[in-house]
Design a binder for this molecule. Structure first.
Ligand code: CUA
Length: 271
């Protein structure tokens, strides 16, 4: 065996072994379930999970087969002193795998779009609870319309966090007198909720893992976000857009409570 062949055998064996190790480690991360997210608490969240697992299974099959195939080819065709063969390619094969890839990715994309839409594109029932979410560096504020069911007008010139008016409720609008503004989000269970996302300064985001919902809050826009939670509990809400120095600390909580507790919460002005 020449020195070159000797080197080639080492390089090929090492590279093949590394590829196999990469495949095994990657599959382990997903199959072991050690890094699985907490269970979804909405039907739309489960639809997202279903789609995620389908996409993951398809792409995992492609990944595992192609990496193992690569490991095999690297090992099998190492330098034995054989003559190199030259190929100009094969149009039939090219066409085949290009169209297969296109069908796969467009198909998964369409299914993914459908799963995404189940949580966003539906007709809201008339008794859905509307809550306005306003984000700014680096806090969340949630506004409930109060007993009159109407949000009061906002006047940006009246924004004053230290005088307990972080949203700038217009003192001239009586509809705002009973509005409730609180730093944490409380919603009733099994009830359609519509959040109206706003930002006062830069782009922020609203993310709750258990809802499988993530949405940017963009200055100048009111972005609706809907969900219907099926499980009582205390969950974390985080901002997932890098929005400044305090970003890593920008979070609050979502409390999902019974209808009776929610009614009491509103009656007590958000306590
Ligand atoms: Cu707000 Cu990050």
């Amino acid at each position: 065996m020449s020195t070159n062949e000797h080197r080639s055998r080492w390089a090929a064996s090492l590279f093949s072994a590394l590829l196999i190790l990469l495949v095994v480690a990657t599959v382990y991360v997903f199959v072991s379930g050690k890094y699985a997210p907490p269970a979804a608490i909405t039907a739309a969240g489960r639809a997202i999970d279903h789609q995620y697992h389908l996409t993951l299974a398809v792409t995992a099959a492609v990944f595992v087969l192609s990496q193992l195939g690569l490991a095999f080819v690297v090992f099998r065709y190492q330098d034995h002193g054989q003559k190199v063969q030259f190929s100009r390619g094969n149009n039939t094969l090219q066409l085949l795998w290009t169209s297969l890839t296109a069908v796969l990715f467009i198909g998964l994309g369409l299914l993914g779009g459908k799963a995404w839409a189940t949580g966003r594109m539906f007709t809201l029932s008339p008794d859905a609870v509307r809550i306005e979410v306003t984000e700014n560096q680096f806090v969340f504020n949630f506004r409930y319309a109060g007993p009159d069911g109407k949000f009061g007008r906002l006047d940006p010139s009246q924004i004053n966090a230290s005088l307990a008016n972080p949203l700038g409720l217009d003192s001239a609008d009586p509809a705002g007198n009973d509005d409730i503004v609180v730093p944490t989000l409380t919603v009733p269970v099994n009830q359609e909720i519509e959040l109206l996302l706003r930002s006062q300064d830069v782009i922020h985001s609203f993310f709750v893992r258990e809802l499988r919902l993530q949405q940017d809050a963009v200055p100048g826009l009111v972005v609706p976000l809907r969900f219907k939670a099926e499980k009582l509990g205390h969950y974390e809400v985080v901002c997932t857009q890098l929005c400044g120095l305090g970003h890593s600390n920008m979070h609050t909580y979502l409390d999902i409570v019974s209808q009776a507790n929610f009614d009491a919460f509103l009656k007590n002005g958000g306590q």
